[in-house]
Each structure stands twice: as structure tokens, then as C-alpha cells.
Design a protein around this ligand. Sequence first.
Ligand SMILES: [Zn+2]
Length: 243
Amino acid sequence: MSKTRILPLNFGGRSKAPVRAFDCEILRSKRKTLALYIQHKKVVVRCPLRASKAELEEFIGSNQGWIEGRLYEESLRDKEALRIERGAKIFYRARELTIVFKEGRKQRVMVMGDEFIIQGHKLTAAKAQIQVEDFLIDKASEYILPRARGLARHLGVEHKITEIKLRKTKSKWGHCTSTGILQYNWLIMLAPFSIIDYMITHEVCHLLHMDHSQRFWNQVEAICPDCDHYIGWLKEHEHRFWF
Ligand SMILES: [Zn+2]
């Protein structure tokens, strides 16, 4: 696939209403139709190799209302993104807590009442962030690793696991490779346990079915009957977990 980058493509000049210019990435490939979506505050257009600039402008222009709506939604979500700072809000296990920095020789993270307390010596936002990362990685290895293995054992597929990795990824919660590597994003430890259990289930079920077929979803639902609800919950709230 050939990839042409045009940044930004400002098509607003001919429109009556004043239009904000936005970044637009054009991906040309051997396809027949035009399609667009929003990714990381940017418009991405997929188009045929020979699509002209006029065609592209018309296509983007006809989708302008939708694009602006989505970019606005993203900017709202951006405001809710997690910042590990004194006094900031953290959405932890479906409750909104206030981040408190506490002076102390011993490094620890505690949840008490409505406070998410980060204790350390001469804390800065950067140090606090590392402590929260360590806290979540510890929680993830304590919780996710044994449960993923336990569920795999129950389903008779534990032998298929070659490794379970915990990694912070840009946008994904989990991943399972055909070679049996399960991967979980430890940021999921900010979510309620029901959501974490759904994610564990989802990836372990890929050891049985390496796709998102009906058979795969039947298996997930047999273990986690409310999975639709959890998927919806994640879609609505996941933007608050990345930092
Ligand atoms: Zn999947």
C-alpha cells in the first residue's frame, strides 16, 4: 500500500461557514471506494490510488459535520484523560477519587475514602507517575497472571500458553498470538474487577478460537455472560485510563 502524507489538507476555503482546518492523512491503496475515520485527533482518509484532490476535498467536505462532531468529542475526552498530579481526579474502579501527594520515606500507594494517596519522599509529578505505574504493574501480576492461567487450565488449554506479558500499549487492552503469548495492558487494573475478568476471559478464549467468530463469542459468553455490558462500559470510559 502506498502511503502519502498531506498535512494538513485545508479544504475550508470554499465553504460558507468558517471551518477549522484539521490534520488529515491520506492513505492511497488499491481500493475502489473512499472511507474516513478519526484516529488520534486526526482525520484519516482511505482512497483509491488515483483519487484526485478535488474528489478528496468533496468527500471530506460532505462529511464535515460528522468530522467536527467527532473531533469535538475527542477534545472532551482529552480533558478527562488521566494526569498523575496533586489534586487531579483519577477514575479508579469506577469511582472518581482525588489524587493526594503525601510526604513519607516509604513509597506506597493507598486508596482511602475518596482519596488516591501517593506517598513518597519529595514527590514530583514524574516520580508519582512511576509509583502509580509500579503499583498497577504489581496489581496486574498478582491478579491477572494466576487468573488467566487458572481459566486456561479450566478450559484445558493451559499448555498452549507460552508467556503472559504485561505491557502498557497505546490503545489495546489485550492481545493473544498464535504462538500462545497472552498480553494484557496493566492499565486495566484501574477498572473494576468485572471488567478485568472480561479482558482475561477474552484473551484466554483466543487460545481456543484465534478469531472473533460466533464460536469465539459463544465461548466468552459462556464464561462471562454480561460481556456486552463490559465492552460498552470500556468503550465509554477507557479514555480516562491512559497516562
Ligand atoms: Zn480478541
